[in-house]
Design a protein around this ligand. Structure first.
Ligand SMILES: [Zn+2]
Length: 144
């Protein structure tokens, strides 16, 4: 199967700054799936109905993980279903229960500039999110 659809990588302000600075898309170790090595999460959903649908929940961070969109064309992309059996079963179940894993893709190495482009036409409207205004007083203020 060599048909990889157009893929998208969504990220927050912090991720966007890092990408702009380094010029590469970097995979990250998932804290509960370390054995898979660094993973860069992609989706074939151009406009995810929610961050949960693409697995970008805010459990660990309050960032808007859909703030920026990158378009990815990489032969290194593999479907999540080709990898999931190597991740801890209970983690997979939790992760997939949030979203639409059939739309999840991953790359397990950094993406070079020829493989992705910043999509400045994307604008995420987070008005649907009800907790945006609730800046937690007393939080440590650290970004995730
Ligand atoms: Zn962030």
């Amino acid at each position: 199967m060599n048909s990889i659809p157009e893929l998208y990588h969504f990220t927050c302000d912090h991720g966007h700054v890092g990408i702009a600075r380094t010029g590469i898309l970097l995979p990250n170790i998932h804290p509960f799936m370390k054995n898979l090595g660094p993973l860069l999460w992609l989706t074939d959903l151009a406009e995810p109905p929610s961050k949960e649908s693409v697995g970008l929940t805010s459990i660990w961070t309050t960032c808007d993980r859909l703030a920026y969109r990158y378009i990815v064309h990489s032969k290194a992309a593999v479907h999540w279903f080709d990898v999931r059996q190597r991740a801890p079963k209970e983690i997979v179940e939790t992760l997939e229960s949030y979203g639409q894993p059939e739309h999840w893709w991953i790359v397990r190495r950094p993406l070079t500039p020829s493989e992705f482009s910043f999509d400045d036409g994307w604008k995420h409207n987070e008005s649907a999110t009800d907790t945006t205004a609730s800046r937690r007083a007393g939080s440590d203020g650290e970004s995730g």
